[in-house]
Design a protein around this ligand. Structure first.
Ligand code: NOJ
Ligand code: CA
Length: 554
């Protein structure tokens, strides 16, 4: 196995330039502001950033409606500022992933405008048209309750165009060779400016065949291989992290049997079952999700996450499981979205309960894969449910107790800063938490530091340890002669857990606690007995602290 696969043991942090830090005081976050915060991110232990779209855009879907793929929206700075940013990351050893939104463009993109106004234009075939409204126009909408159809009439073109998402996001005809060539060109451009890869938006829709009344739509998985080949030729070490909320039995189609397609994907299946485990104290379905998503090529990697910039999609849970999560974490209608999910941030979902927040993050960081954090979660930021749809969880970063949380010197920030209630910036901010050794942020920094020293999680094989308690998830990781055990108690009661890490007859090892003092020594019967607090968790290393000397080379 190649040692150099950096994404196997990375810590990824996602942010939106618009709401992170405003340097010039116009109320909108920008690249200059972000550059000033790179030392903060490095200090937190982040090794890779994922930026939401920052290209020119009418901004009707958080920038996921791009009107020019080869620029920076002037609100955020210039291409020059962008290169200063990637250079700043490089200096600090941080990689940069950016969103690659090529399933659709904005309806304001010049390609679409030309396609509409001139039937002879080369861009006409870059989109997906139908003279008549297709019979299935009302099915397959991604934003139910907000979006009514997937086909919209365009007056100038005198035809209907296909849009999987909002009507201002016409789908690109991604089967068209010219469109595919353009996608490569876009990737090549940003690689040249210093990025290390892409978070590819809406992958299943990018590779789907598109058109009116298709007899049997199919996925063109080979496209992923050509993207991946191009990428690795152009830049050593570049990757694609795919957004594909698909069933586990298609995972290998996305990774490629030999890892020749996507290097990484978000693990949506584990994500949803993780929230079910937190809501129900029953980790069994989570165990199943981990088993179902276990098969993957050796070079491929899961991105494990709790919350992202979208709603928490619970569409893969059973009705009963979904109801359990809604009742626990999003009981009110205003907290729910698109008939399938919860739009809140993590801390308010967990009612700010520090024990649950630590449990959730300790779990996420010890799941097989690479953790992906969301800005603001490291300080337990809240949400503003008065903002529409997903915007409630996209408010500006809370840096300090200065006006507008130190995000901007302008009176009117691009999005309202949370300034009322328990999550107001006066109470929840980086400056205050920095001074408090027991703050959530300092806890996060310590656990990130430990996560990086436990490559067994990112690189190793995992198995489940049988315990006497169904509310406890106990896992073991093995890699290059070293082993780690992680335990999580999902219940509000303390649990005494008895278990063995070795087969019967083999001597048990000492378990060295990696996060606090209480190590575990096997009892006379050769088994371990650990008392986990309510929502308690432990990370142990098997054997002594000379493990590094015992790590094998292969
Ligand atoms: C997925 C993105 O995460 C979401 O924010 C966006 O609205 C859709 N793709 C459309 O680009
Ligand atoms: Ca600005």
């Amino acid at each position: 196995m190649i040692n150099d696969l950096w994404y196997k043991n990375a810590v990824i942090y996602s942010l939106s330039v618009a709401t992170y830090m405003d340097a010039n005081g116009d109320g909108i976050g920008d690249f200059k502001g972000l550059v000033r915060r790179l030392d903060y991110l490095q200090g937190l232990g982040i090794t890779a950033l994922w930026l939401m779209p920052f290209q020119p855009s009418p901004n009707r879907d958080g920038g996921y409606d791009i009107s020019n793929y080869y620029g920076v929206d002037p609100r955020y700075g210039t291409l020059g500022d962008f290169v200063e940013f990637t250079q700043g990351c490089k200096q600090r050893g941080m990689r940069v992933l950016i969103d690659l939104v090529v399933n659709h463009t904005s309806d304001q993109h010049s390609w679409f405008k030309e396609a509409c106004s001139d039937p002879q234009s080369t861009y006409r075939d870059w989109y997906v048209w139908s003279r008549k409204k297709p019979a299935d126009a009302a099915s397959g909408v991604v934003f139910p309750g907000v979006q009514k159809s997937t086909w919209n009439y365009e007056k100038t073109a005198k035809a209907y165009y296909f849009h999987r998402f909002y009507d201002f996001q016409p789908d690109l005809n991604t089967s068209h060779p010219e469109v595919q060539a353009e996608i490569l060109k876009i990737m090549g451009f940003w690689l040249q400016l210093g990025v290390d890869g892409f978070r590819m938006d809406a992958v299943p829709f990018v590779i789907a065949s598109k058109g009116a009344n298709l007899p049997r739509p199919h996925e063109q998985y080979d496209m992923l291989r050509s993207f991946s080949e191009f990428l690795t030729w152009r830049k050593n070490g570049a990757i694609i992290l795919g957004e594909a909320n698909v069933l586990p039995d298609t995972d290998l189609k996305y990774f490629g049997s030999f890892g020749e397609r996507l290097q990484m994907m978000f693990n949506f299946d584990v994500n949803q079952h993780m929230f079910y485990a937190l809501a129900s104290a029953d980790p069994k379905p989570l165990i199943k999700a981990m088993q179902d998503t276990k098969p993957r090529p050796a070079t491929a990697q899961w991105g494990q996450f709790l919350r992202n910039h979208d709603e928490l999609d619970l569409g893969r849970l059973s009705q009963r499981q979904r109801d359990t999560v809604f009742t626990a974490f999003g009981p009110d209608k205003e907290m729910q979205l698109y008939q399938r999910g919860i739009r809140r941030r993590l801390a308010p979902m967990l009612q700010g309960d520090r024990r649950l927040m630590e449990l959730a993050y300790s779990l996420m960081m010890s799941l097989p894969g690479t953790p992906v954090l969301r800005y603001g979660d490291e300080i337990g930021m809240g949400d503003d449910l008065s903002l529409p749809e997903r915007n409630c969880a996209r408010t500006p970063m809370q840096w300090s107790s200065e006006p507008n949380a130190g995000f901007t010197e302008n009176k009117k920030p691009v999005m309202p800063v949370i300034s009322e209630g328990g999550y107001a910036f006066h109470h929840v901010n980086v400056a205050a938490q920095r001074r408090d050794p027991n703050s959530f942020m300092n806890w996060m920094e310590r656990i990130i530091r430990m996560r990086k020293e436990v490559p067994e999680v990112g690189w190793g094989d995992f198995s489940f340890i049988r315990t006497t308690k169904p509310q406890v998830l106990a896992m073991r990781y093995d890699w290059r002669g070293n082993s780690v055990v992680c335990m999580h108690n999902f219940s509000p009661q303390p649990q005494e857990v008895r278990f063995a890490t070795h087969a019967k007859g083999e001597p048990e090892s000492t378990l060295v606690n990696l996060l606090s003092e209480d190590h575990s020594y096997p009892e006379a019967n050769g088994r371990h007995c650990i008392l986990l607090e309510p929502y308690g968790y432990r990370w142990f290393r098997m054997g002594g602290l000379d493990y590094l000397l015992k790590r094998t080379e292969v």
